[in-house]
Design a protein around this ligand. Sequence first.
Ligand code: GDD
Ligand code: GTP
Length: 417
Amino acid sequence: MLKAIILIGGPQKGTRFRPLSFEVPKPLFPVAGVPMLQHHIEACAQVPDMKEIILIGFYQPNDELNRFISSAQQEFKIPIRYLQEFAALGTGGGIYHFRDQILSGGPAAFFLMNADVCSEFPLQEMLRFHRQHGENHCGVLLGTTANRTQSLNYGCIVENHETNEVLHFVEKPSTFVSDIINCGIYLFTPDIFGHIGTVFQRNQEELTNGKQMPEVIRLEQDIFTTLAGQKKLFVYKTQYFWSQIKSAGSAIYASRLYLKQYHQTHPERLATNQDGTPKIIVNICFCIVFNFFLSIQLGANVSIGKGVTIGGGVRVRESIVLHGAVLQDHCCVLNSIVGWDSTVGKWARVEGTPSDPNPNDPYAKIDSETLFRDGGLTPSITILGCNVNIPSEVIIRNSIVLPHKDLNRSFQNQIIL
Ligand code: GDD
Ligand code: GTP
C-alpha cells in the first residue's frame, strides 16, 4: 500500500502571498477555483492502493483547514489527516518526526509533495519508474527542465543520462550546475528514514557546538546532497506542466495551467457559451453566480468565486475574483486578484502587469520576483485584499491594497495601507 504526505508549511512561510494569506492559509488559496492543495489530493486519490494522505505543517489547527479536510475526505473518499509540527522542522524534519505515523500499516512507499507547486502530478508514472529501478534505491525525484538562469532558483539535479541516477544535487546553486530542476514531488521508500536518522544523530552530536534544534532537517541540503552519487536516488523527468506558486501573480499563472487541463479532466468546472449567459472569449471560467447581462466578457483565464455579482458591460481577463466580490457595471479587471467581498465601482479599472514566463522559451518558468527592486515596487499583478472598496471611475494599477480599505482616488505602483 501507498501513502502521500503534503508539506504545507506554516504562517511564517508564504509571505510573498500577503495580504491574501492573512485571510486564508496559502495552501488553501483557490487556484483554478479550488484550494491549491485539492489538486494534489485529487492526484493522490487516483493512485491505486493509496491508503492515506497526511498534511504536515506548523499552522495551528484551524476551522478552515478542518473544513477543507473533512470535505476533501468525503469528495475523494480517502482518509486525510493534519499533523502539526511543534516548530518549523524543515522539509525533512517534519516527516522524520512523524515517521511512526507515516509507516503505520506498512506502506511500501510514500509520495512527498511541496504544497506550493502546481503540476499534472505524474504520480503513477513515477511509481512505474520506481518499480523499474529495482528495490535498492530509496527515492525518485520528479524533475523538469529549466533555462540556465532560472535553474539557480531551484534545487538542481545532475543525472546519469543512461540510468537516470542522481549524481549530484545542489540546492539553489550560485553558479550553473544543471538545467534539470527539482519539482518538490518525490516518491520514497521507508529506507529514507534511515538516512534522515543519521543526519538527526549527527545534529544531536553537534548540538553542543551551538547548532540549532537537531530536529530541523532540510531534505534538499542535508539528505539529497549526501545520497547523490550512491545509487540511492533517481530522477523521473516530466514533460508536462509544472510551476511553483510563490507569489500571488504565480497563482494566476497556475490557474491558467489547471484551467487548460480542465478541458480533459473537469469540463464541468468550465463555463460555456450559452444563450443568455455572458460572452466568454475562451471558455475558461469557474462557478459563476451573478446577474446575467449579455455584454459581460470573461476570459481568458478567469476564475470567479461563488456569490460574485457581475454587472453589465464588465470585462475580466487573467484574473481571480474571490467569493462575495461585486464588479459593478462597465468596470474592467485585468491581471488582478479581487479579494473576498471587495467592490469595484462603475467604470473603474483595476489592472496589473503579468509576470508570465517568456513565451519564446519553452523551458522558462515564472519569476516570483521580490516585491521591491531598485528601491521601487516591482510592477506586478494588482491585488485587492478582502473587503476593499474601489469607487467609480478610478484606476488602480500595479498596486497592492491591504484589506478593509476604502479608496477615494486613483493609485499606481503603490502598496496602499
Ligand atoms: N511542514 C513543513 N515544515 N513544511 C515546510 C517547512 C517546514 O518547516 N518548510 C518548508 N515547508 C514546505 C513549504 O510549505 C513548501 O510547500 C515546501 O516545503 C518547500 O518550501 P521552501 O522551503 O520554501 O523551499 P522552496 O520552495 O524554495 O524550494 C523547494 O521547492 C523547489 C520546487 O518548488 C526545494 O525543494 C527546491 O529544491 C525545489 O526546486
Ligand atoms: P516567502 O519567500 O516568504 O514567500 O515564503 P516561501 O514559502 O517561499 O519560503 P522561503 O524559503 O522563501 O522562506 C521564507 C521565509 O521563511 C524566509 O524568511 C526564511 O528564512 C523563512 N524560513 C524558511 N524555512 C523556514 C523554516 O523551516 N522555519 C522558519 N521558522 N522559517 C523558515
